[in-house]
Design a protein around this ligand. Structure first.
Ligand code: CUA
Length: 333
């Protein structure tokens, strides 16, 4: 709908028409009442103008009907805005389970992107059309904001945590990517392009940029290199919890809380291990804050996600098409 109006940027995601309809509704309500109020002011100014020096206005006492009307009508309109806006917000903030995960690390002043198959990009993001894409994003320094006007999505990218953003592109094309949070003197240059491609073209693009290793493989190398397996034994006999099967499971903490192990929990447990101690374990893990970069962390997260897959004994690393593992298998050590 809005795509025909020059007021609106091109609409190229499944959610874009919904956002445009809501924006148009808000605009229409605001325009209607602005015109109504200004017209009434002018009408009353003329209708009730003072006609002679001695004229005194009649005394007015309020009217209950009027009071009720101008309370109930705005209340109804704002409740429509609230429920419509909230339902769209929930839709936009809940990625579907089958979404394609892609990782984004922002820093002054560029976007670094890594696909789970291991391809890396800077200020460019290649995605397939017709498939939900879920971005897991963080920042190395200050707050940035990942904004794709054509997809009508924007999410702040905050240091020290993961934020997510998802969209399904509806038509192939090249779309602007902006940083939408003032982040320093070259903020305006922190821009890039999203390339939405037909699924086959996307496959071809992935295959024409073969990476040295998938994210999970890179994460596995880091995991071994940092000596993590010494404590995190796969069979749970170590001094720290086993990470096999962890991702997506419910973790019971020493303070009595239960949480679901998601990307944010794994990141936090590496840089701030004391924040959430697993019930039955001590607080002996040192912090890795400052020793691992955000790009290392997303690879470790992908590796631990891979370990979390229940069919893990058979499943190859993503992208290796069933070839034998290129890294030492930790299970059974
Ligand atoms: Cu990054 Cu503005």
């Amino acid at each position: 709908m809005g795509s025909n109006l020059p007021l609106f940027p091109e609409a190229a995601s499944t959610i874009a028409p919904d956002v445009d309809h809501l924006a148009l509704f808000l605009l229409a309500v605001a325009a209607f009442f602005s015109v109504l109020i200004f017209a009434t002011i002018f009408y009353f100014a003329i209708r009730y103008r003072r006609r002679s020096e001695r004229e005194l206005p009649h005394e007015q006492h309020g009217g209950m009907t009027l009071e009720i009307l101008w309370s109930v009508i705005p209340f109804g309109i704002t409740m429509v805005m609230f429920t419509w806006g909230a339902s769209l917000y929930f839709k936009e903030s809940r990625p579907p389970d089958n979404a394609l995960p892609i990782y984004v690390v922002g820093k002054q002043w560029m976007w670094k992107i890594e696909h789970i198959q291991g391809q890396r990009e800077i200020n460019e993001l290649h995605i397939p059309v017709g498939r939900p894409v879920r971005l897991t994003m963080t920042s190395e320094d200050v707050i940035h904001s990942f904004f794709v006007p054509a997809f009508r999505t924007k999410s702040d990218v905050v240091p020290g945590k993961y934020s997510t953003e998802w969209f399904t592109a509806t038509k192939p094309g090249k779309y602007h990517l902006f940083c939408a949070e003032y982040c320093g003197n070259r903020h305006s240059g922190m821009i890039g392009w999203i390339y939405a491609m037909e699924p086959q073209d996307y496959e071809n693009w992935l295959n024409s940029n073969p990476p040295p290793s998938t994210m999970a493989e890179s994460g596995s190398k880091l995991f071994n290199g940092m000596g993590c397996p010494a404590c995190h034994k796969p069979d749970g006999s170590g001094r720290c919890p086993s990470l096999v099967g962890l991702f997506g499971s419910t973790v019971h903490l020493a303070d009595g809380r239960s949480i679901v192990a998601d990307e944010g929990y794994i990141r936090e447990s590496i840089v701030q291990p004391q924040a959430k101690i697993v019930a039955g374990y001590g607080s002996l893990m040192p912090t890795y804050q400052g020793q691992v970069t955000e790009e290392d962390l997303v690879q470790l997260v992908e590796y631990i996600k891979w370990l979390g897959d229940k069919s893990e004994g058979k499943k190859p690393f993503p992208g290796t098409q069933g070839e034998p593992l290129a890294i030492p298998d930790l299970r059974g050590k």
